[in-house]
Design a protein around this ligand. Structure first.
Ligand code: ATP
Length: 204
C-alpha cells in the first residue's frame, strides 16, 4: 500500500438505533488511528446476533445518516443492507478493497472482539484490514489479551475512549416504555423514531 493511501475505518453494526456510544467510538478511532474517514455500515442481518428483529434496514440507514449529517469525515454505506441475507465482514471488505483501495480498519467495541473468531474466515478478513477495537465496559484489555488468539491481537489496535455503557438495547427498552433516552440519542434520530413509530411496545 502506498504511503499516500487513505486510511479508512469501516464501522459495522446494527445501529438499532444509532447512539452517542457509536459516535464516540468513531471519533476516537478517527483521532487515534489517524483515519481520513469512518464509514458507518448498518448490517442487514448479524449472523451471530439473533436476539431481536431489528428495525428495517432503510430505517437504520436513515437514522445513521441523520446522526452523522454535517460531519465531513463520517459517511454511511448501504452495501450490506442492499446485499440482503446475513452480513459478513469478509464480503463487505472484499467489495471495499476492490472498489476503493485504501488502508482499512474494521472498527468494533470489545464485546464484538470476544466473538471475532466465530466470524466467517477471520484470518482471511485480517489480510484485508486491521481491527480497531474500543474498550466497552466491563471488558478490560487484560481480559482480551488473555482470551483472544495472539494472531488476532497482532492485527488489533486498541482505541481508548471514556467508558460508556450506553447500548441500543437499553435505548429500545426505554423508548418502548415511553421513558426519556437521557441524551444518548441525537434529537434528529429521536424525531425520526417518533415519526416512524419505531420501538413502541407493539413493534417490539
Ligand atoms: P445492542 O444493544 O442492540 O446489542 P449495540 O448498542 O451494541 O446494540 P451495535 O449496533 O450492535 O450497538 O454495535 C455496533 C458496534 O458498536 C459494536 O462493535 C459494539 O461493540 C460497538 N458499541 C456499541 N455501543 C458501544 C459503546 N457504548 N461503547 C463502545 N462501543 C460500542
Amino acid at each position: 500500500m502506498s504511503p499516500d493511501a487513505k486510511k479508512i475505518g469501516v464501522f459495522g453494526g446494527t445501529f438499532d438505533p444509532p447512539h452517542v456510544g457509536h459516535l464516540a467510538l468513531a471519533e476516537a478511532a478517527l483521532a487515534q488511528l489517524g483515519l481520513d474517514e469512518v464509514v458507518f455500515l448498518p448490517n442487514n442481518r448479524n449472523p451471530l446476533k439473533q436476539s431481536h428483529a431489528p428495525a428495517a434496514g432503510r430505517h437504520r440507514l436513515e437514522m445513521v445518516r441523520l446522526m452523522i449529517a454535517g460531519e465531513p469525515k463520517f459517511a454511511v454505506s448501504d452495501i450490506d443492507v442492499t446485499r440482503r441475507g446475513p452480513s459478513y465482514a469478509l464480503d463487505t471488505m472484499q467489495d471495499f478493497t476492490e472498489v476503493r483501495p485504501a488502508e482499512y480498519w474494521w472498527l468494533m467495541g470489545s464485546d464484538a472482539l470476544r466473538t471475532f473468531h466465530e466470524w466467517r474466515q477471520p484470518m482471511r478478513l485480517l489480510r484485508l484490514c486491521r481491527l480497531g477495537v474500543a474498550l466497552r465496559p466491563p471488558t478490560t484489555v487484560e481480559q482480551l489479551e488473555a482470551r483472544v488468539h495472539p494472531d488476532i491481537l497482532a492485527k488489533t489496535d486498541f482505541i481508548s475512549m471514556p467508558p460508556n455503557t450506553v447500548s441500543s438495547t437499553e435505548i429500545r427498552d426505554r423508548l418502548s416504555k415511553g421513558q426519556t433516552t437521557l441524551g444518548t440519542v441525537a434529537r434528529v434520530v429521536l424525531e425520526y423514531v417518533e415519526r416512524h413509530k419505531l420501538y413502541r411496545r407493539t413493534n417490539a
